[in-house]
Design a protein around this ligand. Structure first.
Ligand SMILES: Nc1ncnc2c1ncn2[C@@H]1O[C@H](COP(=O)(O)OP(=O)(O)OP(=O)(O)O)[C@@H](O)[C@H]1O
Length: 258
């Protein structure tokens, strides 16, 4: 019998408003330990808000949020690196409390920089890096901390697709080997299909779950015809949501014009 995994995050009937703007409406989902779970939805639907709620940075207006983890790593949409420290030192800095030995800290940092194809830039300062390189440093930093759960908010959006494939491959390897739990937010369907065990497709705002998809190892391969089939399927789900959003906007405009 398959071992039942512990649930690290569970949303039950969650609602979130900013003033009069209802962003999340009756959202229900769970994130089991050891899974990579992606959230795919249109821009502005409420994905980052959901991550911020999981991280305890936002309160909800209604519903319950269960969090069964002690520490988390948060990779924000904009990489938050210390500008006065080199790439290597940015990572060593966050390891200070856990790893007292400096050489050991550097070894861990270099291991994750290598995975993100950044070894040759270890002595650069953040201002000398491109946007995509900074994002990769923030991914390496979150992995190095070894948290119970990692929240990733579109970390690869500034990176061209061929390099993204290489990085996603490295990331997949390490996530599998170390059985990490990850919540990955993106509007790139291919990233989500390549990385995830489970995908939550979201509706346009107010955000709800539109569909839950389980992705097998076999499908997580860009050369598998089932990959393209599933990609088209998700594109169509999002197109439906775009239509609904447009109709809603037209309705609001016509009310304003009246
Ligand atoms: N602190 C806030 N105050 C007011 N409105 C907010 C706040 N944070 C987010 N919003 C609004 O909530 C909605 C959802 O924002 P959010 O950043 O969660 O979307 P998203 O799905 O992550 O978008 P994207 O994919 O473009 O990053 C947006 O309309 C945004 O303007």
């Amino acid at each position: 019998m398959k071992e039942k995994r512990k649930t690290l995050v569970k949303f039950s009937g969650v609602h979130k408003r900013f003033g009069s703007l209802q962003v999340i409406k009756d959202l229900n989902f769970k994130v089991p330990e050891g899974e990579v779970v992606s959230f795919i939805g249109l821009s502005g639907c409420g994905k980052s808000t959901t991550l911020r709620i999981i991280a305890g940075l936002e309160e909800v207006n209604k519903g319950t949020v269960e969090r069964k983890f002690d520490n988390l790593g948060f990779i924000f949409q904009e990489p938050r690196l210390l500008p006065w420290k080199t790439v290597l030192d940015n990572i060593c800095f966050v390891l200070k409390d856990r790893i007292p030995n400096k050489v050991e800290r550097q070894e861990i940092a270099l291991h994750y920089l290598n995975l993100m194809e950044l070894t040759q830039f270890k002595d650069y300062y953040p201002a000398q890096l491109s946007g995509g390189m900074k994002s990769r440093v923030s991914v390496a930093r979150a992995l190095a901390i070894d948290p119970d759960i990692i929240l990733m908010d579109e970390p690869f959006s500034d990176i061209d697709f061929p390099l993204r494939l290489v990085l996603i491959d490295s990331l997949k390897d390490i996530l599998e080997k170390e059985s990490k739990t990850v919540i990955y937010v993106t509007h790139d369907i291919r990233d989500a299909l390549l990385l995830s065990d489970r995908i939550y497709v979201l509706t346009a705002r107010p955000m709800q779950l539109k569909e839950e998809l389980f992705i097998s190892e076999e499908v997580r391969d860009i050369n598998n015809p089932k990959f393209s089939e599933l990609e088209r399927y998700v594109i169509n789900l999002l197109k439906e949501e775009l239509e609904i959003k447009r109709l809603d906007e037209m309705r609001v405009e016509s009310i304003v014009i009246k």
